[in-house]
Design a protein around this ligand. Structure first.
Ligand SMILES: *Cc1c(COP(=O)(O)O)cnc(C)c1O
Length: 402
């Protein structure tokens, strides 16, 4: 370990996650700064033309252009790779840039994807609307049942693509079972792990190949910047992902990378405290609304599987009221502390009505197939005192007749 300048990966890999979250990937400049430096530069200068040629030829280590490399961005990529237990990571400008790159870099005309029904709205648009234009087809299944993955496999199936837990229904996928099916058939698994983050769940430990993130959510964790990441084997990142991203340019800005580096320092603390608050709020809501979709609660049918895969509850879940959109909107309108906002992973508590916001771009029958009802509300439980959150929900529920 070079105390002042850089890190020896053989040492940092053995650090515990909480240590990696604070120190992993840090590369110090000649000034020995303690907090990571922010390199706002688009280009790099060379000592001579020969050096420039050697760098472009890949014969000399060093950076050439910030679409391809940036010191601040690389620190974040190394930190996320360490936390994820992945050989390599590349960051992207947003979570959707990460999902798009993770899929498009490896599919070709004629390929087939099997995807979980419950997913972030834009992820469904990618597979249902964009990819078919290029001859890539998708079968959508209930990902809670591993057998449905196996049954949907065709000779041209290239990928399994799913979230767990999924947005906003909280469907849980059995990572070990589904990744084993994929391995048996030579299929690549792409897991959107935005809700859990590596602090609570590391899909690669269960056999997943590629893990993709919206780092906008828990990794930043304070609702400031958009960011994304794709993790996988060195071979996948270098030979499959990079040719796509270097030339299409979904690059994360150095400033946003720096903000996410700061966010990761407190990820473990935040997610554990928010998880505790979420369980308190979920337990309260269970007494007051007909349905709470939160696998961390013992009453949930997927509780045992969820607890096997996740180190804690996470901050996000959904619940349902019987009075449809009108009652859901009335409940949101009655909130005094919790914000009506469709973001998640923030340290502030936020609530949204998915069918009229995040998933409004999908046809109603598609929403119902995904399990998103008109009475469903999603909540991100923040770092406020849980008693204040429960008091706010209590008065808003009463105002909405609940
Ligand atoms: C937010 C989110 C995305 C998209 O990420 P952006 O950073 O908003 O582009 C993808 N998947 C899941 C599960 C998300 O929650």
């Amino acid at each position: 370990m070079k105390r002042r300048t850089g890190q020896d990966p053989s040492v940092t890999r053995n650090w515990k996650p909480a240590t990696q979250a604070v120190r992993g990937g840090t590369a110090r400049s000649e000034f020995g700064e303690t907090s990571e430096a922010l390199f706002l530069t688009s280009g790099y200068a060379y000592d001579c033309a020969g050096d420039a040629a050697a760098r472009f030829a890949g014969e000399q280590a060093g950076m050439t252009y910030s679409r391809l490399q940036n010191p601040t961005v690389e620190m974040l990529e190394q930190r996320i790779a360490l936390l994820e237990g992945a050989e390599a990571c590349r960051t992207m400008a947003t979570g959707m840039a990460a999902m798009t790159a993770a899929l498009l870099c490896q599919v070709s005309q004629g390929d087939h994807i099997v995807q979980g029904r419950a997913a972030f709205g834009s992820c469904r648009w990618l597979t249902d609307s964009l990819l078919p234009r290029f001859g890539v087809t998708t079968t959508t299944i209930d990902a809670r049942d591993p057998q449905q993955f196996e049954d949907a496999i065709r000779p041209n199936t290239k990928l399994f693509f799913f979230e767990t837990p999924a947005n906003p229904t909280m469907d849980v996928v059995d990572l070990e079972a589904v990744c084993a099916i994929a391995r048996k058939h030579g299929i690549v698994t792409v897991v959107d792990n935005a809700f859990a983050t590596p602090a609570l769940q590391r899909p690669i430990d269960f056999g997943a190949d590629v893990v993709a993130y919206s780092a906008t959510k828990m990794m930043d964790g304070q609702g400031r910047v958009l960011a994304g990441a794709v993790c996988g084997s060195e071979d996948f990142i270098i030979n499959t992902l990079l040719p796509f991203t270097r030339n299409t340019g979904p690059t994360l800005s150095a400033f946003n990378a720096w903000v996410v580096l700061k966010g990761l320092e407190t990820l473990d603390l935040r997610i554990r405290r928010q998880s505790e608050n979420a369980v308190k709020v979920g337990t309260f809501l269970e007494q007051r609304v007909p349905r709470v979709n939160f696998p961390a609660l013992p009453s949930h049918p997927q509780h045992a599987l969820f607890m096997r895969q996740m180190a804690a509850a996470g901050p996000i879940f959904s619940f349902e009221v019987d009075g449809g959109r009108a009652q859901a909107h009335a409940l949101l309108d009655g909130l005094e502390l919790i914000d009506i906002s469709n973001n998640i992973g923030d340290s502030r508590s936020l609530m949204t009505h998915p069918s009229s916001t995040t998933h409004s771009g999908l046809a109603e029958e598609k929403r119902l197939e995904m399990g998103i009802t008109e009475g469903m509300i999603r909540i991100n439980v923040g770092l406020e005192d849980a008693d204040d959150l429960i008091a706010d929900l209590d008065q808003a529920l009463r105002g909405a007749g609940l």
